[in-house]
Design a protein around this ligand. Structure first.
Ligand SMILES: *Cc1c(COP(=O)(O)O)cnc(C)c1O
Length: 453
């Protein structure tokens, strides 16, 4: 029998992260200060992030050492297994081998602690006492809560109020890990108080929660802000996964033809694919496919432009594929994919035709996810189902073309805290949503006056 799982010994865990900025074939446009329109410098970010992470954000060193303290925490669940989806292959009946990295084995159940652990460590090393962040459905908030607890930092999470009330389980995870989880809008900040004065019943939004977390940070010199995706240093920390995958595939003498992942802000997919992007830049023939939702199609239907990272225009301007910072995606169940923009690194690679992007609607993604559960057993996060839908499409294409293919994808997390979404799908309550063009055109108006990359 061929191997179904490939493990690495703990001693084989990668000791450095890979920084794609050392190998980009063309230069990326810099982030800009929204006031001056000039490239931002490290000092502009100092009230929000610790200087050691800012240095990583702008670094072009190819390899960055993973501190021992971070490796020690990674070893709680890493290296994660590389698995072959033999049962799913049989169901698809196509000439493909399908391998996946199981990032669902981490304590919070996704890839997110790969960066949460690193960020908590660097903030602690810089002398910071408390981290503040926002969370929508709670994946990021729960990962950061665990990481802060492990490094003795206080953690404050502003959680969109409607999720706080309707999705209690991730809130309970955060509280179990010792974080202070606050429904947003709250009376803890000026921004929150202003909104509550106008509308005491306001259900909240990610934009409001971000503004509360940033205000909460800049008004306390012992606090810093933490972001779970999009930024260069976040993608850097995630590359441990792709580097592990390369070692694991090497052990069985396999190299993928196609690498697939789902993209919200771009971090889990970047973590798997960037080491393979390096190979592609160096001449390997490999397809790299990003799967996003049709309801929030930043890569497939957005503009490559400078835009704010948040709805309320407080962040630097980032060069990225965006639907406009005022874009409000439909309330699909893949909450982690409802972001108006895309990581500048991933955006640049799509613009350079190194990565291709495709969009899938939530019916086809849940259909793929349920097929997966009925063959491989594991119940995937709704976000992850987008990657599985892309794998199905690639397998069908290989069958039509009669070509053998090796597919590698990132199983970014399990869906055991998202069963309500499966309930909605199984009872026929999910609908296909086609985003009209004029809605995109309307929301892109919000970036019209901004500088162009
Ligand atoms: C948050 C999340 C995503 C999307 O975020 P990226 O930064 O694009 O990775 C995907 N899958 C899971 C399981 C998540 O929790």
């Amino acid at each position: 029998m061929d191997p179904v799982k490939v493990f690495l010994d703990e001693s084989e865990i990668p000791r450095q992260w890979y920084n794609i900025l050392a190998d980009m074939p063309t230069p990326m446009s810099p982030p800009l200060h929204p006031g001056t329109g000039q490239p931002i410098g490290p000092d502009d970010l100092a009230p929000v992030f610790p200087m050691n992470l800012i240095e990583q954000e702008v670094s072009s060193e190819r390899w960055i050492d993973i501190p021992e303290e971070v490796l020690e925490k990674y070893l709680i669940w890493r290296p994660t297994p590389l698995c072959r989806a033999v049962n799913f292959e049989r169901f698809l009946d196509a000439p493909v081998q399908i391998y996946y990295k199981n990032e669902g084995v981490s304590p919070p159940g996704s890839h997110k602690p790969n960066t949460a652990i690193a960020q908590a460590y660097y903030n602690k090393a810089f002398g910071i006492k408390r981290l503040s962040t926002e969370t929508g459905a709670g994946q990021w908030g729960s990962a950061l809560s665990m990481a802060c607890q492990m490094f003795g930092l206080e953690c404050r999470v502003f959680m969109v109020k409607v999720s706080y009330e309707q999705k209690p389980y991730r809130r309970i995870m955060m509280m179990t890990w010792g974080a202070n989880c606050i429904p947003s809008p709250s009376d803890k900040t000026e921004a929150g108080r202003k909104i509550l004065a106008e509308d005491p019943e306001c259900p909240g939004s990610l934009g409001i929660a971000i503004s509360e977390a940033i205000e909460d940070t800049v008004t306390d010199e012992n606090a810093r802000y933490s972001l779970g995706s999009v930024l260069n240093h976040v993608l850097l920390h995630q590359t441990i996964n792709g580097l592990e995958a390369q070692k694991q595939l090497e052990k069985i003498g396999v190299y993928p033809d196609i690498v697939v992942g789902c993209t919200g802000g771009g971090s889990n997919f970047a973590g798997l694919c960037l080491p393979f992007v390096r190979d592609k830049i160096n001449g390997k023939d490999i397809s790299i496919v990003a799967a996003e939702p049709t309801s929030c199609p930043s890569l497939t239907r957005g503009s490559f432009a400078y835009d704010f990272g948040d709805t309320i225009m407080t962040t630097p301007l980032l060069p990225m594929y965006t639907l406009g910072h005022e874009f409000v995606p439909a309330p699909i169940h893949a909450g982690g994919l409802r972001y108006h923009g895309m990581a500048p690194i991933m955006s640049h690679l799509v613009k350079e035709d190194i990565i291709e992007a495709r969009a899938y609607d939530q019916i086809e993604t849940f259909d793929a996810g349920v097929r997966w559960a009925r063959t491989e057993g594991f119940i995937s996060a709704p976000e992850t189902n987008h990657a599985i839908a892309a794998v199905v499409q690639e397998a069908n294409r290989a069958k039509e073309e009669g070509k053998e293919k090796v597919i590698l994808f990132n199983w970014s997390g399990h869906g055991l805290v998202d069963l309500a979404a499966y309930d909605a799908f199984l009872s026929g309550k999910l609908t296909k949503y086609d985003l009209p063009d004029d809605e995109i055109q309307k929301s892109l108006k919000s970036i019209e006056g901004l500088p162009k990359p």
